[in-house]
Design a protein around this ligand. Sequence first.
Ligand code: CDP
Length: 208
Amino acid sequence: MIIAIDGPAASGKGTLAKRLADHLGFACLDTGLLYRAVARDLARAGFRLEDIWAAVAAARTLHPQELEDPDLRGTAAGDAASIVARIPEVRAALLAYQRDFSRRPPGAVLDGRDIGTAVCPHADVKIFVTAAPEVRAQRRFAEFQARGAGVAYETVLSDIIARDARDSGRANAPMAVAADAMLLDTSNLSIEAAFDAAVGLITRKTGR
Ligand code: CDP
């Protein structure tokens, strides 16, 4: 079974995907980390984010095992990720890994921007997680504060708004709600309540 969780920046889809995967005993892939890691590898090799062919080379040589890097979670990494994520050849280079992952038995949860529309159009369940930009910024700001990262709330909010515009405005696999996706607005939901609501949606769709 494949569960696709998409949504804008800091919508809580990562936390939700992990909770659902634990609950169902499924594998879980945060696909945003792949794009974040491509941008990191590119910078480490001394290239600019706009260097298309260096970005494609970084995507082709990415080791998806090397995603446990705290630096990948920062705001600069998210911004850099959305720049390399516009490059069609970068997306193509990351596609096979994501599709292979989605077929892991007994099931997989993948979260990102284009899982329900491009990576796994035949996913059994598609959930598009949203929340008001101010709510998302507040949650991400609290996350950064807990990690001791000194970023202002206003910076987090403007980054989120700019990144959403870039992600939904790009030509290739833009962030979009799949026609058969179920919407989950978590603006007024705790993590626990969002999890319960998502489990309800999955049960309604699959009977599990
Ligand atoms: O955690 P957050 O929602 O802030 O971001 P993320 O899911 O880690 O994604 C970082 C960036 O990678 C996004 O802004 C997108 O540009 C890109 N991305 C993408 O293009 N396609 C995906 N399936 C996942 C992420």
